[in-house]
Design a binder for this molecule. Structure first.
Ligand code: RB5
Length: 145
């Protein structure tokens, strides 16, 4: 899978770990930054990842900030983006199965690297179930118009 990953200054180390993990699983990862621990603004990275999904350059995105919350709020402003901020594997799995999330967000100040890998696994290994969930996603999509 082609995945874009982004994070702010709070996420530098965890982003690097997760990027390496995704690569080891055979995914193609585009790291859109940030590349330093200098203070920066998370919406910039949410925008870059969201636009790559919108233009079908990648299938999914992973966004990491301190909590995952700012990234998800920012990414969800973009049409067609369903970004889920999660901190447990059940929610990460459900984000794909029920919500067809195309961006997974989590917080580098909330989860450690091993839990973050579990979140990524739960999300990537889950399959969107469609059916009644599509009705609900269609309702959400109608709010974008
Ligand atoms: C940066 O200090 C922090 O606010 C940011 O990483 C994120 O947690 C915002 O939601």
């Amino acid at each position: 899978m082609k995945i874009a990953i982004g994070g702010d200054h709070a996420a530098i180390e965890l982003k690097s770990d997760i990027k390496n993990y995704l690569t080891s699983l055979g995914h193609t990862v585009e790291d859109i930054g940030s590349y330093s621990e200098a203070s920066t603004d998370y919406p910039l990275y949410a925008k870059e990842v969201a636009e790559r999904i919108q233009s079908n350059k990648v299938e999914s995105g992973i966004l990491i900030c301190g909590t995952g919350i700012g990234m998800s709020i920012a990414a969800n402003k973009f049409e067609g983006i369903r970004a889920a901020a999660v901190a447990d594997p059940y929610s990460a799995m459900s984000a794909k199965k029920h919500n067809n999330a195309n961006v997974l967000c989590f917080g580098a100040r909330v989860v450690g690297v091993e839990l973050a890998k579990m979140l990524v696994d739960a999300y990537l290994n889950a399959k969107y179930e469609g059916g009644r969930h599509q009705t609900r996603i269609d309702q959400i999509t109608s709010f974008e118009k």
